[in-house]
Write a protein that binds this ligand. Structure first.
Ligand SMILES: NC(=O)c1ccc[n+]([C@@H]2O[C@H](COP(=O)([O-])OP(=O)(O)OC[C@H]3O[C@@H](n4cnc5c(N)ncnc54)[C@H](OP(=O)(O)O)[C@@H]3O)[C@@H](O)[C@H]2O)c1
Length: 256
């Protein structure tokens, strides 16, 4: 898809990956609707990319539809949806409160589904567009201490694959970006810093470059870094070995 002149909505663009994607899309000539929750940071990014800010807490019921409507109202169409806003949670599942589960599922899974529901029909009608979902390696490999987060990202993964099949030939493409560890405020936002030596966090600009190239080239999957593909391949081909390796080298998270 040619990006110049296209209208893109990037959720969670007030920081991290979303802000970098908004910048990259603007450099490629797209008009960007910058979504965020924090008014000041969202306005700052919108000014930087010459875009329009749209605010909303996507974990609240009904807000994804409001954000989609507000974004559509800016240029009367959205050609590219980058459903990126998200939050992690780290710790033993048995210590997770009911409302923490609801919040994570609402933001990381239900909001992207609702945004796609609102914005996809007009893309299909115009026979062109791109839905870019932001998943995680956690959704492909499973991570101790991130069971619910990993479950939301795995669900997004299967949603992307199913939707891609459903709308093939429509002129609308669906991509899933699968980042490993990225150098953003994600870890402080989830309340537990990234404290492992490896894998080293990837610069946010690399993720934005790959994601936007993926949209420009109608790619289905974007892996950052690319070698990450090895882990789910081992899991699929040799699940027993995979479990042994992840028990040995993965996170150790026991109830406190
Ligand atoms: N960083 C990583 O290592 C990593 C790895 C794999 C996947 N990911 C995924 O990448 C995406 C972006 O993460 P990031 O690393 O860029 O994190 P980040 O720097 O913490 O940015 C998160 C973004 O999501 C927005 N957001 C958070 N809660 C929200 C809510 N309730 N309603 C609306 N917006 C909300 C934030 O908006 P405000 O700041 O305005 O509240 C911010 O713009 C997420 O989906 C994450 O799961 C990240």
């Amino acid at each position: 898809m040619r990006l110049d002149g296209k209208v893109a909505l990037v959720t969670g663009a007030s920081a991290g990956i979303g802000a970098a994607v908004a910048e990259r899309l603007a450099v490629a000539g797209a008009r960007v609707v910058v979504h965020g929750r924090d008014a000041e940071r969202t306005a700052e990014v919108a000014t930087r990319v010459g875009g329009a800010p749209v605010l909303g807490d996507l974990a609240l019921p009904g807000v994804a539809a409001e954000v989609a409507d507000a974004a559509l109202a800016v240029h009367e169409r959205i050609d590219i949806l980058v459903a990126n806003a998200g939050l992690g949670w780290s710790g033993p599942f048995v210590q997770m409160r009911a409302e923490e589960i609801d919040h994570l599922v609402a933001l990381d899974l239900l909001a992207p589904l609702q945004l796609v529901r609102c914005l996809l029909p007009s893309m299909v009608e115009r026979r062109g567009g791109h839905v870019a979902l932001v998943g995680s390696i956690a959704g492909r490999t499973a991570v101790a201490g991130e069971a619910v987060y990993a479950a939301t990202k795995a669900a997004l993964d299967v949603f992307a694959e199913s939707l891609r099949l459903e709308i093939r030939g429509s002129g609308v493409f669906v991509s899933l970006t699968v980042p490993g560890v990225v150098d953003t405020g994600f870890f402080s936002a989830r309340g537990r810093p990234y404290d492992r030596k490896r894998p080293r966090p990837v610069p946010v600009a690399d993720v934005a470059r790959a994601l936007v190239d993926g949209i420009a080239n109608d790619r289905a999957e974007i892996w950052i870094p690319r070698w990450l593909r090895v882990a789910p391949a081992v899991r699929a081909l040799a699940p027993g070995l995979y479990r042994q390796l992840s028990a040995r080298f993965g996170e150790q998270v026991m109830p406190r």
